[in-house]
Design a protein around this ligand. Structure first.
Ligand code: SAM
Length: 260
């Protein structure tokens, strides 16, 4: 297979032993599975053993041909040749409520895919899949840790996020230049009730990492009001965005909104 195609579609295929391990992490009983980026079916062949309907969404038509031939015998397998970023997830989850979403995600679009999943996560059982380790750390980071940022807030406003296992480059062909990790994202029973404008505000709040949140926010809001909002929550003027949980950030956003 040509290298340009592999690079374009972020194709690093898993070896069988690791694919089996990852599939076994999805032990939970479920009525359906949605797999993103099945490639040549390394993970798919283990997931199909669960005897659950599985829909795979794969962008590369060559992979789709391989999959159709390989799994022709499986009644529970179907595949669509589509960019997952254009896939109608809401419609799929309407028909397949509480499906598990999984996949060894293409690293070039893994952040976009996970971010897009979040508003729909509550209609599914959750997501368990692979991303590069650095992305996994950002998605699952807790306040006050180095990796915590606006992406962590977006994900953890919707999901309980944790790293399940680390996977080294030697488990893929071709080997990626980075380490990988599987993550489990389970929908929160009570997702953070916040408007989209809050998440845009969070990006401003984190725009100057390791600086006081008042400095980042003062580019868009009067500094005195930011100090007032911080004080109303008992927070010091020196508070940094990365010290605040998603809920505390929302409290601060609302306190500031009430003053402008
Ligand atoms: N699951 C296979 C495995 O573990 O061996 C392949 C994983 S590979 C890292 C990522 C797969 O996602 C490739 O098959 C690639 O063609 C596919 N892919 C890349 N971008 C995609 C997109 N936007 N939508 C759907 N599939 C995509």
């Amino acid at each position: 297979m040509d290298r340009a195609r592999r690079r374009k579609f972020g194709q690093n295929f898993l070896n069988d032993a690791t694919a089996a391990l990852i599939a076994s992490d999805l032990l939970v009983s479920t009525e359906s599975i949605l797999e993103i980026g099945p490639g040549h079916g390394a993970l798919t062949q283990h997931l199909l053993k669960k005897n659950t309907p599985l829909l795979a969404v794969e962008i590369d038509e060559l992979c789709v041909s391989v999959l159709r031939e390989k799994f022709a015998e499986f009644q529970n397998f179907s595949v669509v040749n589509q960019n997952f970023l254009d896939f109608d997830l809401r419609k799929f989850l309407d028909v397949n409520p509480k499906a598990w979403i999984t996949g060894n995600l293409p690293y070039n679009v893994s952040t976009a895919i996970v971010a897009d999943l979040m508003p729909f996560l509550k209609y599914s059982s959750g997501f368990m899949g692979m991303v590069q380790l650095e992305v996994a750390e950002r998605l699952c980071a807790k306040p006050a840790s180095k990796a915590y940022g606006s992406l962590s807030v977006w994900v953890q406003a919707h999901a309980q996020a944790q790293i399940v296992r680390r996977v080294g480059p030697e488990n893929f062909s071709p080997k990626p230049n980075v380490d990988s990790a599987t993550i489990m994202l389970k929908p929160l029973e009570c997702p953070l009730q916040a408007p989209i404008a809050f998440f845009e505000w969070v990006q401003i709040a984190f725009s100057m990492k390791r600086k006081r949140i008042a400095n980042s926010l003062s580019k868009h809001f009067e500094k005195a009001l930011v100090f007032e909002a911080l004080a109303s929550l008992g927070l010091s003027e020196n508070t940094r965005a990365e010290e605040l949980s998603p809920q505390k950030l929302l409290d601060l956003y609302q306190a500031l909104q009430s003053k402008i």
